[in-house]
Design a binder for this molecule. Structure first.
Ligand code: SF4
Length: 506
């Protein structure tokens, strides 16, 4: 086995996790140019731009959810794929140890975290042979859970909400893609990109859809029918008004890439793989003899990346309110949708395992007046203590079955997350006097810098991302998107975009 293969894989993983490729940077810069300043989408894009720069400069994870590592490897005939697989798994463990990947691989039944991102099914590695004796190609995508959860698969013909019947035709495919993007709203950290497969079976369709995400955003589909469909989707979908994070805005999608597979006559699947703006995809071509990197794919290291953020800074949109925890009911009830909160003081992280735990057990800390942050941070040991190195919000809707009870039982005053929550939580905010603050999904470096210290941790038995971390934050910015008066920006955008969808689909 080439001796440098392991080191090359570590470099690929670290660079993929910390530095977005030029085509994604260009698409996000274009999105930013299209959103009028002083809108919530523009604010979010400003934070995202700063986050991209911070991650690249400090080699920190762009998003704390470093996703499911998926490798596509092309090898010369006869190359030892068994050893290569072992070394890729070892490189994943090494990148995790260095804090470039969050420990993300858990036992599906017990929830126990393997701690090193290696386990049955993780990472995903696909091998293919090619007629090139001299080189190995490795491409990697890190796709997070928030966007993975909004993937969709349709079996045509089908009746789609707001769009009517989707037939077994390109127009039916078009309706499926529009529906998938509308349904995702901000939950997959819009603006995203979709990979689409028409045909195949349920398994090969999803695989082919994800493979489309290895194409660059600015390429042209060689099939003119699909090229036309991709272009028309990009035009139509951005009329939905979903915007960055689902805040409402002009750009909802930065790419649409479509492939076809043959299918059984009885089946017609349309599979849609949604990738968030934190579109981490890179590749390398290695010398097959030494394993050293000959060249990078998707980027040219000789051309330095242009900074994403400008000097204009954060454009204010609404009322800006500095708050210190613990929060009072009066403070929270004075907040309205659109206000920007700069939060300081104690915030506790809590996501799936913590919420589930709180249904049957008292909290390990006093949550009265507290801010509960839906976040699974990347945390590194720092002497006797801890240091958070990446800490953006996770998708809040997963906690919808629990959140209302947690708010009412324990007196939580602020829930911080992304993508918004549902009717039960909205009612609980009103009843108990609490607020939902939308932080910018994927902005893990930006938010890590608002964390002054880690005061402690509870429920560590759930693993690092799922534990309850006790954080002291300073001027943590987030937008009120659900208030205690029954208002929800998410509900408004969803309804307005549904009307647009119906118009486009007709
Ligand atoms: S940007 Fe959002 S969807 Fe993407 S990995 Fe991060 S949290 Fe998940």
């Amino acid at each position: 086995m080439p001796s440098a293969f392991f080191d090359s894989m570590v470099s690929l993983i670290v660079q993929t996790s910390t530095d977005l490729p030029p085509d994604v940077r260009a698409a996000m810069a274009a999105a930013r140019a299209q959103e009028p300043s002083a809108t919530q989408s523009a604010q979010a894009l400003t934070i995202i731009a700063e986050n991209i720069d911070l991650a690249a400069a400090d080699e920190g994870a762009i998003c704390q959810d470093t996703g499911m590592p998926t490798f596509e490897v092309k090898t010369p005939v006869g190359a030892n794929q068994i050893v290569m697989k072992q070394q890729i798994r070892a490189a994943i463990a090494e990148a995790t140890k260095r804090g470039k990947l969050r420990p993300n691989s858990v036992d599906s039944i017990t929830g126990e975290n393997s701690g090193d991102n290696v386990g049955p099914g993780t990472p995903v590695i696909h091998f293919e042979q090619w007629e090139n004796d001299d080189e190995i190609e490795v491409k990697l995508i890190l796709k997070g859970g928030g966007c993975e959860n909004v993937n969709a698969q349709y079996s045509l013909p089908s009746e789609l909400p707001n769009l009517g019947r989707a037939d077994r035709s390109l127009d039916g495919v078009r309706k499926c893609i529009l529906h998938a993007v509308w349904n995702a709203q901000g939950k997959g950290c819009a603006p995203g990109a979709v990979g689409v497969a028409i045909g195949g079976d349920r398994t090969s369709g999803y695989m082919a859809a994800k493979e489309q995400l290895f194409r660059t955003l600015d390429d042209l589909n060689p099939d003119p029918r699909l090229a036309e469909l991709e272009a028309s989707i990009m035009g139509e979908v951005n009329r939905l008004g979903i915007g960055t994070m689902g805040f409402g805005g002009r750009v909802s999608l930065i790419g649409c890439k479509i492939a076809t597979l043959n299918r059984l006559p009885a089946s017609f699947f349309v599979s849609v793989a949604y990738n968030c703006w934190a579109f981490r995809r890179l590749g390398v071509v290695l010398d097959a003899g030494s394993g050293e990197i000959r060249r990078w794919l998707y980027r040219d290291p000789a051309i330095p990346a242009v900074a994403m953020a400008d000097q204009a800074g954060f454009q204010r949109t609404g009322r800006e309110v500095a708050l210190q925890t613990p929060l009072t009911e009066d403070q929270v009830r004075s907040l309205k949708v659109g206000d920007v909160v700069l939060l300081s003081g104690r915030a506790y992280t809590g996501r799936d395992a913590v919420h589930h735990h709180l249904m049957k057990h008292e909290p390990p800390v006093d949550l009265r007046g507290a801010a509960l942050y839906h976040c699974g941070p990347v945390v590194a040991k720092d002497g006797a203590g801890w240091k958070v190195t990446a800490a953006g919000p996770t998708t809040s809707i997963r906690e919808e079955p629990y959140q209302a009870d947690v708010i009412k039982r324990y007196g939580v005053r602020a829930v911080i997350g992304k993508g918004g929550m549902g009717a039960r939580t909205l009612a609980a905010l009103k009843e108990a006097g609490a607020v939902y603050l939308n932080a910018i999904g994927g902005a893990a470096q930006f938010y890590a810098r608002t964390i002054r210290s880690v005061e402690g941790v509870s429920l560590m038995e759930f693993g690092t991302p799922e534990a309850m971390w006790h954080l002291t934050v300073e001027n943590f910015p987030a937008i009120v998107t659900m208030d205690s008066h029954g208002n929800s920006l998410h509900q408004d955008v969803e309804q307005e975009s549904a009307r647009e969808l119906a118009g486009i689909g007709a």
